[in-house]
Design a protein around this ligand. Structure first.
Ligand code: SR1
Ligand code: MG
Length: 420
């Protein structure tokens, strides 16, 4: 028994690089994928997120990516944490890979004792956030992510599967409570009151933080969105779909890091992604950054709606009078579908709300993003963060009234948004 293993995982030990190579050499399929002998394999650590150790191993024939849970948050060893997050990530990949085969990675192996997950390595791909910060323009990524969200959520919802199957899956992810707690606290709660995990480095943000926390309309929106996150299990979500959870090239897009997977409102995944596009917009000084950002959000939303409704129409093609229990959502004989329209509108409102909450938590909460780090001066960084917070505050103030992308996000291009 390993003295450092958590009590409920007696065979667990944190693998170092030689340990990873030894682990892989004991798995014939993975060893064959790498090719050659263990002595010919190279290994490098690529840990980038907050939680886990991640390594890429390359051999003469191919590569794999190895991810292991730690008994604590990687970036804060004093924050202890159960190990089960790689189990949920492996489950998520197995559930959604058939729905989005070219848009994520395949789970090649999961070890339930060591909490090690092995997936395909993405040679040549960059973390999308890092690529955006270096100025790339990869027009495929946004519609690919919209397609990913539409297919992965539709395919795991009762709109496409018998409820028994959905509820069984829901029961599995309902155990992902450690990471659900993190999202509840870090994204949906902490930023809206004093909490030691919050931080920002300039008192010039204090007044906008105060505005966010004291506006009754913002408070109402935040409370409603928090409640929806817990009470609206529409589909299996990625749960942490920021631009650091995407690996891409100019021609290929893959969603990674599904450890936060949970049943919840579909607009949560949409809002996380769009929120990170908006964060990027506020860190970008190029003159048409606002116009490009609004165009990207419109492309995301239009692609998502087109794909989601295409799947829906294909799954329920018959007129409501002759169909089963989901008739409310099936088009009438004349093709109209008020139920579907209302459902999609609710996803839009959720997207806008969670987008705002993602922006806010990334600036004043625990886990900031690197986007603003490329801005050369402290004053300019503060100015941009202030502008982003003000914009997010406005989204929540008017939450539920915006109606379309232009109404919600059009201010990103107008001169009346100060600070950029
Ligand atoms: C302690 S975990 C902090 C953040 O990192 C993850 O990527 C999630 O975004 C989480 O909120
Ligand atoms: Mg992550």
């Amino acid at each position: 028994m390993n003295a450092h293993a958590p009590p409920n995982a007696p065979r667990y030990r944190t693998l170092d690089m030689p340990g990873i190579l030894a682990f892989l050499s004991g798995l014939p399929d993975l060893a064959a994928r790498l090719g050659g002998t263990r002595a010919q394999w190279t290994i490098r650590e690529v840990s980038d997120g907050n939680l886990n150790n991640v390594f890429v191993v390359d051999g003469p024939r191919g590569g794999v990516c190895v991810k292991q849970s730690l008994p604590h948050v990687r970036v804060d060893p004093s924050w202890k944490m159960p190990l089960d997050r790689t189990f949920f990530e492996a489950s998520y990949l197995r559930d959604i890979h058939p729905l989005v085969p070219g848009l994520t990675t395949r789970c090649l192996h999961f070890d339930p004792d060591l909490f090690v997950l092995v997936v395909e390595s993405l040679a040549g791909h960059a973390v999308y956030r890092t690529a955006l910060m270096s100025g790339v323009d990869w027009p495929r990524v946004v519609p690919d992510i919209a397609t990913f969200v539409a297919r992965a959520t539709f395919g795991t919802s009762v709109l496409s599967e018998p409820f028994e199957r959905v509820f069984d899956r829901h029961a599995v992810y309902a155990r992902n409570q450690t990471l659900q707690r993190i999202t509840l606290d870090l994204v949906l709660d902490d930023p809206y009151h004093d909490h030691p995990r919050n931080h920002w480095d300039d008192v010039r943000l204090d007044d906008v933080v105060g505005r966010i926390r004291t506006s009754p309309a913002v408070r109402r929106a935040v409370d409603a969105l928090r409640l929806r996150f817990l009470t609206c299990p529409q589909a299996l979500l990625h749960g942490d779909l920021h631009t650091g959870s995407i690996m891409a090239t100019a021609t290929d897009t893959r969603v990674i890091d599904g450890e936060f997977a949970i049943y919840g409102p579909i607009g949560f995944d949409c809002g996380m992604f769009v929120g990170n596009l908006v964060l990027r917009r506020f860190a970008d000084f190029s003159p048409d950054a606002g116009r490009r950002c609004v165009a990207e959000i419109a492309r995301f939303w239009d692609t998502f709606v087109a794909e989601f409704t295409r799947l829906w129409a294909a799954a329920h093609p018959t007129p409501s009078a002759t169909s089963g229990p989901c008739a409310f959502f099936v088009p009438d004989a004349d093709g109209a579908s008020p139920g579907r329209t209302a459902f999609v509108r609710a996803v839009f409102d959720d997207m806008v709300g969670y987008c705002a909450m993602e922006i806010i938590r990334r600036i004043i909460g625990y886990a900031h993003t690197a986007d603003f780090d490329v801005i050369p001066t402290h004053d300019a960084r503060t100015e941009r963060r202030r502008a982003a917070l003000s914009f997010a505050c406005g989204l929540l103030d008017a939450h539920g009234t915006q109606g379309d992308v232009e109404a919600a996000f059009g201010a990103l291009v107008r001169e009346d948004v100060k600070g950029f």
